[in-house]
Design a binder for this molecule. Structure first.
Ligand code: ZN
Length: 181
């Protein structure tokens, strides 16, 4: 695989990670953990920034397994960006002796940012950064994953944990069918 295979989705994803891992104007300084990144990707999907599918997937969430809306296509693009040498995937041990992953840009990833069209950057900024231009602070809580900006007094539910409704809605329908059928 070469950089010629970079899709619009991959470019937006790389830029998103770049924005969330920079300090000031310096790219590639920080890493972003897997769970906050999954929340950003999902929120990007429902706001039409990413053209990915998603499905409920049971993953570790605050030391328990839990169903979240996860995009397999998004995960595949993360792996492809790593294969292209644009992303690092870092394994971190947790207190409960499990592992989580975090992502950071490689030097080649930083260099690639200038190849990304401003249209794509503006699209990502419009939904996945605050209107003040700053990246959100991402809070992983039992009630969900939230994007906040204390300066602007903004608190957005990523909705990545909102999957139970669908499951519950299906049950009465089935019962009703059985009763009337
Ligand atoms: Zn703000």
């Amino acid at each position: 695989m070469s950089n010629q295979n970079m899709t619009t989705q991959m470019k937006r994803l790389l830029y998103l990670i770049a924005e969330y891992t920079k300090i000031g104007d310096q790219y590639g300084v920080l890493s972003i953990k897997d769970l906050p990144l999954k929340a950003l990707i999902y929120y990007g999907i429902i706001n039409k920034i990413f053209d990915y599918d998603y499905a409920p997937l049971s993953i570790m969430y605050m030391d328990n397994r839990r169903f979240l809306n996860v995009s397999q296509e998004g995960e595949d693009d993360l792996n492809d960006l790593r294969d292209l040498g644009l992303l690092n995937k870092i394994r971190i041990a947790t207190r409960s002796h499990t592992f989580i992953y975090a992502y950071s840009l490689t030097n080649n990833g930083i260099k690639y940012l200038k190849e990304i069209k401003s249209d794509d950057k503006i699209a990502v900024d419009s939904k996945l950064k605050c209107k003040c231009g700053r990246t959100y602070e991402i809070k992983v809580l039992l009630s969900g994953i939230y994007f906040t900006c204390s300066t602007c007094n903004v608190n957005i539910n990523s909705q990545i944990t909102d999957i139970e409704d669908v499951a519950y809605k299906c049950v009465p329908l089935i019962i009703k069918t059985q009763l009337t059928g």
